[in-house]
Design a binder for this molecule. Structure first.
Ligand code: SAM
Length: 195
């Protein structure tokens, strides 16, 4: 029964978030939708503010949303000139909806976009400098395994950073943060151990 309440909560959040509805209306997408998956999209204002706080030349970095859902983060990030923007999502239905949203997207893309249907914990990360984006897709131990693959300059944009202490322990340095009493509006940016 718990999933019913969770889905109703997510559906209600979608209804009460005018900025989420405005995003879909502006860009011709369907990123807020009642479904039976553990999916909640980042708020557009959170995506924009956190990306604005990056201290890097994005042209040099590949952006990867780990657990990309219906693709909202990927599409907004791809309006900036990253080297490439990648979304990794393991639920086929959500991956398919992300592809639909890419096809219908009315924004100006400034970067190549690629959606991959895969388990982010096992997926091969792109080579070169990375910006990883994370909004609560998996527990700390999975995150640790992914971060162990990093070999180059990296930033982690972490929304609702429930496992933030793990990053401190792994030598990632916090370089920006925004606190809000609504956890889905709180985020931090970390620089990786190779910077
Ligand atoms: C809270 S939603 C965030 C969606 C998107 N990143 C955003 O911020 O709008 C988390 C997403 O991660 C996906 N996910 C969870 N574990 C995953 C894994 N191991 N590999 C790929 N996707 C995963 C879920 O299916 C869900 O779509």
């Amino acid at each position: 029964m718990r999933w019913v309440f969770r889905e109703l909560r997510d559906w209600w959040r979608g209804q009460r978030e005018p900025e989420s509805r405005a995003f879909d209306a502006q860009y011709g997408t369907r990123t807020v939708w009642f479904d039976l998956f553990n999916y909640e999209p980042s708020l557009p204002s959170v995506i924009e503010a956190s990306l604005d706080a990056l201290d890097i030349d994005v042209e040099d970095y590949t952006f990867v949303d780990l657990g990309s859902g219906k693709g909202r983060v990927v599409l907004l990030a791809a309006m900036r000139p990253f080297h490439e923007v990648v979304g990794i999502e393991y639920r086929e239905r959500l991956h398919g909806l992300a592809l639909d949203n890419l096809a219908s997207f009315r924004g100006d893309l400034a970067a190549p976009v690629r959606f991959e249907c895969a388990d982010a914990a096992r997926a091969r990360l792109p080579d070169g400098p990375l910006v990883l984006y994370l909004f609560n897709p998996f527990p700390a131990e999975v995150l640790v395994g992914i971060l162990a693959k990093i070999q180059d300059s990296a930033r982690l944009v972490y929304v609702n950073p429930v496992a933030g202490e793990v990053l401190d322990e792994l030598g990632w340095e916090e370089i920006a943060r925004h606190e809000d009493e609504d956890v889905v509006r709180s985020w931090r940016i970390y620089a990786g151990p190779y910077d």
